[in-house]
Design a protein around this ligand. Structure first.
Ligand SMILES: Cc1cc2nc3c(=O)[nH]c(=O)nc-3n(C[C@H](O)[C@H](O)[C@H](O)COP(=O)(O)O)c2cc1C
Length: 402
């Protein structure tokens, strides 16, 4: 009797590590997002998850991917799939990279170190933000993969020069200049909550903190979070609670223009990527100026609400610039199949932001690895299912516009 019961009922081994157990119950990045939402106080989650104004661009960034279908070809030997490529000359095992995100340590005390370690283990590029909460050198010390440095140009140009030089000295491989933040987008979830960095403790935040004891414990027992680029300058290093909008508008230089690219290039001697290109004309200008790469991006919907989804913009940009410049797509991708679609439409690679933040908030380093595994396994699986063995052979022939 017992034997026959055993033959039909198999007991699953109990996983004692709570993070692993919860991650095993996630099917996709939507589940990972919900896990992060459960773990993080509301204000912190909304800071990561939210976007500008009506959040139309945020939603459209992802839903635009569903306007492109894939045409499968069958009976091809797909036992070996080659997903490797290069981005700005750097070899990568998959056409993906991790985008810069400010104040990352608010999701988890390890913050950028956790993300850089996971990216390194997977040989994928990680980009440290100017608003990072770990220093250029701390991140370089743990990273084993390529590092990029994201630059917001400060009104204090001397500071910008210093950061670029430090990144170069620490072995960063390229400078990503974010060009979509002439002024700060209005992120209304943060406005409603009166969100500051670090969060100010009011009654609402106090109650939220009690409801998320694991996060609160980590937050109060770890070293204070500051903007590491300006650490020690207490007026601007984020050690006093600041409203990010006021901060960006007062610290970053709205006069930034195309002619500034020259000094950034001269100062760093590194390849330059412009992140935040949102129209064909600007893509053409970047190519004509010899910029190494552009990332089509609307900052994950956090700047101009109404800006086009990067994946929608991609075909016309590729038509205009051909392969005179590497074109990356940043924002809204949530699956490996999204990466395959973007590469088929001519993108060199796809950049991800929130997916790794959800992982970090859900389960620290394990969660970041989960997010990357979800995306990379999805790339290989999609390639096999469409009957294509090399990422470099993808073309728009496999795309059907719905
Ligand atoms: C919480 C958060 C912070 C961000 N901080 C920065 C930043 O400091 N610099 C920057 O260039 N982009 C920043 N971004 C934008 C991302 O680099 C990226 O463009 C965006 O997240 C891509 O969209 P996705 O989240 O849908 O993948 C941030 C995005 C988020 C969600």
């Amino acid at each position: 009797m017992l034997k026959s019961v055993r033959s039909v009922v198999q007991l699953r081994k109990f996983e004692f590590n709570g993070d692993k157990r919860r991650l095993a119950a996630c099917g996709d990045l939507k589940d990972l997002r919900l896990l992060a939402k459960r773990n993080l106080p509301g204000g912190v989650f909304d800071y990561f998850d939210g976007a500008a104004e009506d959040e139309w661009s945020l939603a459209n960034n992802s839903s635009a991917y569903s306007k492109f279908g894939l045409i499968p070809k069958v009976l091809r030997d797909v036992s070996q799939i080659d997903t490797a490529t290069t981005i700005m000359g750097q070899p990568v095992p998959f056409p993906i990279a991790l985008s810069p995100t400010g104040f990352t340590r608010i999701a988890h005390p390890q913050g950028e170190l956790a993300v850089a370690r996971v990216a390194g283990r997977n040989s994928l590029p990680f980009t440290l933000s100017t608003l990072g909460t770990r220093s250029i050198e701390e991140v370089a010390a743990v990273a084993t993969g390529p590092l990029w440095y994201q630059l917001y140009v400060w009104r204090d140009r001397g500071l910008s020069r210093e950061l670029v030089q430090r990144a170069k000295a620490a072995g960063y491989k390229s400078i990503m200049v974010t060009v979509d933040t002439s002024v700060f987008g209005r992120r209304e979830r943060d406005v409603r909550r009166g969100f500051t960095l670090p969060p100010k403790i009011g009654l609402e935040t106090f109650i939220d903190g009690i409801r998320h004891p694991r996060w609160t414990y980590k937050f109060i027992t770890n070293e204070p979070i500051t903007f590491s680029a300006v650490a020690g300058r207490s007026d601007v290093d984020g050690s006093k609670a600041i409203n990010l909008s006021d901060y960006v508008n007062s610290q970053f230089d709205p006069t930034l223009s195309w002619k500034d690219l020259e000094w950034i290039r001269e100062e760093s001697g590194l390849p330059i990527m412009l992140k935040g290109i949102q129209c064909v004309e600007d893509a053409k200008t970047a190519a004509s100026l010899g910029v190494d790469a552009i990332a089509l991006s609307n900052h994950g919907g956090r700047q101009l609400d109404g800006a086009p989804a990067p994946i929608e913009l991609l075909p016309s940009v590729i038509d205009a610039v051909g392969d005179s410049i590497e074109v990356l797509v940043d924002g809204g991708a949530r699956r490996g199949s999204d990466v395959v679609k973007a590469c088929a439409l001519g993108a060199r690679a796809v950049i991800f932001g929130r997916p790794y933040l959800y992982g970090l908030g859900a389960a620290g380093e394990l969660g970041v690895q989960w997010a990357l595994d979800h995306i990379t396994s999805g790339i290989s699986r999609t390639m096999a299912l469409i009957g294509e063995t090399s990422i470099k052979n993808l073309s728009s022939e496999i795309i059907i516009k719905r």
